[in-house]
Design a protein around this ligand. Structure first.
Ligand code: EPZ
Length: 417
């Protein structure tokens, strides 16, 4: 198991370059199967989630060439066999292999993990979409078999604008016969990134990024070159860190519009921000006003950023409130923040951050990816030394986090224990 040891209280200055988006890359990699030729994806982040997906591709017999920032995938020799739990359980996004293998071979069999620490995370909307396209779904002990004589376009309404369901249905529909419409589709930038990859292969998808996506099925998808968009959640995490400990900290290689809900909330607090075309420069301000945050689907305040945002609110001149509306259990970082000296109270899906309070380093545990990010920010703010265990969660979604933080002045060590 890996541990991070962080000495807090140091001002952070310099530049952090943002990597490719985890939540795009984990869909683009399985989606490459849909092509009948070679697919090159640039700016793939080197994180454990993308490694896990490459392993699944290799297990299936696909050819995968990983160069520094790119991945070249060919499914010419792929054998569509059952994906065992040992591979699938490494990340929830392995479920994108369902849409991709169903879309290409009209059959997929794989185990999927149940819920995780942030919630039940069912896949009922994914399966509803597959069935609407003509597939039969059977499952036993979390092992799903989805197959279809023929996949036919359909009109599908999502009860919730689910990111995963929107993408998975798009993957299954792109080679179906006829037209598919996905209504109440998710509008996250990652959806647009996947649709652009598929259209670059020769698919006919319109409306990605809006709540209604139209897909006209095609018989053939070819070679393409594509780029992963910058990671808006990684970017937001480091901008929040800059608001807490920055001295002209520059977060670069980003699309500022993708984190507008965050930057407008930071400006409301009084955080000094300079927003450029592809960067944000941020510093710790003198006084911060308390705020009320309610997580929503894009373009609202991202649920993935409410956890990293929480420690910053301990600096406000007054009490702030965070309402988590997307997941039922996304406050597991809070007991550890309170152990560090915060005073945060939870009632149902709402956290109230009593502020200002001072944070003091101690031993804490990462319970999930973004909880871990929250603890890293709190540790860098805190007086003294913090040890964070279960750091593997953090390495799933933050490429070279130790190097990036060291380069801007953080005192941070990672080691095996
Ligand atoms: C994606 O998860 C992201 N993961 C999550 O990021 C992110 O928090 C989430 O979208 C919301 O933005 C990836 O892209 C790999 P959803 P996903 O389907 O697709 C319920 C991170 O930290 N739901 O939009 O699983 C579900 O239970 C991760 O990077 C159903 O009920 O999110 C949840 O409450 C965490 N039935 C809500 O919708 C379904 O069939 C949001 O889920 C599907 C989802």
């Amino acid at each position: 198991m890996k541990l991070l040891e962080i000495t807090g209280g140091k001002k952070l200055t310099g530049e952090i370059k943002i990597s490719g988006a985890k939540n795009s890359a984990v869909a683009l990699i399985p989606a490459a199967i849909l092509s009948d030729e070679e697919v090159t994806i640039y700016n793939v982040p080197d994180i454990t989630d993308t490694e896990a997906l490459s392993e699944i591709l290799l297990y299936l017999g696909a050819d995968v060439k990983r160069e520094k920032e790119s991945m070249i995938i060919s499914s010419k020799n792929l054998e569509n066999k059952k994906i065992p739990n040992s591979y699938a359980k490494k990340l929830r996004a392995s479920y994108y292999f369902m849409g991709a293998l169903l879309g290409k071979y009209k059959k997929v069999e794989m185990s999927l993990p149940g819920g995780c620490s942030i919630g039940a995370r069912p896949i009922n909307l994914h399966l509803k979409g597959f069935e609407a396209l003509g597939a039969k779904v059977t499952s036993k002990n979390n092992c799903y078999k989805v197959e279809a004589e023929e996949l036919k376009g359909a009109a599908i309404y999502l009860d919730f604008a689910s990111v995963g369901a929107t993408i998975n249905i798009m993957l299954a529909a792109v080679r179906a016969k006829g037209k598919t419409i996905i209504d109440n589709a998710a509008k996250e930038p990652e959806i647009v990134n996947i649709a652009t990859l598929l259209n670059n292969m020769g698919a006919k998808i319109r409306g990605a990024g809006t709540s209604s996506i139209e897909i006209i099925g095609v018989d053939y998808l070819g070679k393409c070159f594509h780029e992963v968009i910058p990671d808006r959640i990684e970017a937001g995490t480091y901008v929040i860190l800059g608001a807490a400990m920055g001295d002209n900290l520059k977060v670069s290689g980003i699309i500022p519009e993708h984190i507008e809900a965050l930057t407008s909330k930071l400006e409301e607090m009084g955080v000094p921000l300079e927003i450029g075309p592809d960067y944000i420069i941020v510093s710790r301000g003198d006084h911060y006003k308390p705020v009320h945050v309610r997580t929503q689907t894009y373009p609202g305040f991202a649920t993935d950023l409410q956890q990293p945002f929480t420690p910053l609110l301990t600096c406000c001149d007054g009490n702030s409130v965070i309402e988590e509306t997307i997941y039922e259990n996304r406050f597991n970082h809070i007991p550890y923040l309170n152990q560090m000296g915060a005073d945060i109270r939870i009632k149902n899906q709402t956290a109230t951050i009593i502020a200002p309070t001072n944070l003091v380093g101690c031993d804490v545990v990462a319970t999930d990816l973004r909880a871990g990010a929250a603890l890293v920010i709190a540790s860098l703010m805190a007086e003294g030394i913090t040890k964070i265990t279960n750091v593997e969660y953090i390495l799933r979604g933050y490429e070279e986090i130790v190097e990036k933080l060291r380069n801007v002045g953080a005192k941070i060590e990672i080691r095996e224990i």
